[in-house]
Design a protein around this ligand. Structure first.
Ligand code: KG4
Ligand code: ZN
Length: 410
């Protein structure tokens, strides 16, 4: 889709040379970046400065529409991004009281994500930078989730351990620097957010009066508060024999689906089950447990290999699933137990947004400068790893971990 010239700038156009000279003078002051996010189901834009101050933000969430459809339909998501991207960008700039000539660069998510969705943000950005002469910083979506922690807490310096948990990802990595990540473990199939979403759909939670318009994860967290965690036996659900840091959700999902089927037979209903809260509490508990054991092994591995300095150990948790209070509480206990500091951005910054993309762009700009040499040649990459994968080396180390109880019975 081509955006009209006036659609892109939407502000009185300055000549390119004037913008460039303003850009040069700005580089000596507090630089500003416009971030654009369209990798999945949120159209987001934001302007941040180099101190991590948010000047203005706008977000158009498609979540409610996709929840109604039972999942993200890429062509529909693409259409919705196309419809809203201009307004979202204009609104972020207006709220920031910023125009293009105040910016040092435009940062946009180009990888990984849904191809049709990434394409909208990339096409829009290409036209924007062609018209304004602004530099373009392509951003890795998962890196943006990880770096958000450094925007909200300036004690987060490299290296740090990071768990990225969302609807499409589950990665445990060591962040060594901007653009320099080592993957200790990642999912072999699915992701925790996807497991929450599929189980919530199977439980028909969108029809539950307390869960209207919520994502699967939010719905399960809401009902879990009133449930008991002991319905499922985790030992039988997550059969992860290998002593590694990889994650797997497929066997767990199947076991939960079987349980739901049995309960439906037992209760003689295909509507919402009477023990739905207990199922939600157990599901949330066992997914948490799976994450906790992998992180604990990752922490032990970093200790064994001296990958993190003893005096400053930080665990960052981000991505949509990191807005889950039960998971955060468990990770808080894990961090107390291991003398790590837990840093988790607020829920609004854990789910997809333009702020994290703007900030990731700023991190690259500061390091020097991360601009695409030829913006019109930039391609989107639906799959691109966050960094070097050493999961096999971690598995070969066969790190034993002691049982750690993060929950209180009751
Ligand atoms: O990072 P995100 O906004 O989008 C990507 O997947 O990239 O994450 C969305 C995922 C969804 O699967 C949603 O169910 C999950 O995050 N999620 C939650 C919660 N809020 C959102 N999962 C568990 N608990 C929550 N409170
Ligand atoms: Zn995300």
């Amino acid at each position: 889709m081509k955006f009209l010239r006036s659609d892109i700038c939407g502000q009185s156009l300055l000549s390119w040379s004037r913008i460039r000279s303003l850009s040069a003078s700005r580089s000596r002051g507090n630089r500003l970046i416009l971030g654009i996010e369209t990798s999945c189901d949120e159209t987001g834009a934001a302007v941040v400065d180099e101190n991590g101050r948010l000047l203005g933000e706008s977000l158009n969430s498609q979540k409610r529409i996709h929840v109604r459809n039972g999942g993200v339909i890429p062509s529909l998501a693409q259409h919705l991004h196309q419809q809203s991207i201009r307004d979202v960008v204009q609104s972020a700039l207006a709220k920031a009281k910023t125009s293009y000539q105040d910016l040092s660069a435009v940062a946009t998510t180009t990888r990984p994500g849904l191809a049709l969705c990434l394409q909208v943000g990339l096409d829009y950005t290409k036209q924007l930078v062609a018209e304004t002469g602004l530099p373009f910083i392509p951003v890795h979506h998962m890196e943006a989730h990880a770096l958000t922690a450094r925007m909200v807490d300036n004690s987060v310096s490299f290296p740090f351990l990071v768990l990225l948990v969302s609807g499409g990802h589950c990665i445990l990595a060591l962040a060594r620097n901007v653009g320099d990540f080592v993957i200790l473990g990642e999912t072999l199939d699915g992701a925790p957010g996807e497991a929450f979403d599929k189980i919530a759909r199977r439980l028909k939670l969108q029809e539950h009066p307390q869960c209207k318009g919520m994502s699967g994860g939010q719905a399960i967290e809401t009902l879990a508060k009133e449930g008991n965690i002991h319905l499922l036996d985790g030992k039988h659900l997550f059969r992860m024999q290998r002593k590694d840091c990889n994650f797997s959700f497929i066997g767990f999902k199947q076991a939960v689906f079987r349980l739901i089927q049995e309960e439906e037979k037992l209760q003689g209903t295909s509507n919402i089950l009477e023990n739905v809260c207990d199922i939600c509490a157990s599901v949330q508990h066992h997914i948490t447990r799976h994450l906790v054991t992998r992180i604990l092994r990752g922490i032990e591995y970093c200790k064994m290999t001296d990958m993190l300095p003893q005096e400053k150990q930080i665990l960052v948790v981000s991505g949509g699933v990191a807005s889950n209070g039960y998971i955060k509480h468990a990770l808080g206990r894990l961090c107390d137990h291991t003398s790590y500091k837990l840093v988790c951005p607020p829920p609004k910054l854990c789910t997809d947004n333009g702020i994290m993309v703007a900030w990731a762009g700023m991190e690259h700009l500061k390091l020097g400068p991360g601009f695409a040499d030829n913006p019109q040649e930039v391609r989107f990459e639906p799959r691109e790893p966050l960094g070097v994968n050493i999961a096999n080396a971690v598995a070969e180390a066969r790190v034993d971990i002691k049982r750690f109880k993060f929950w209180t019975d009751g």
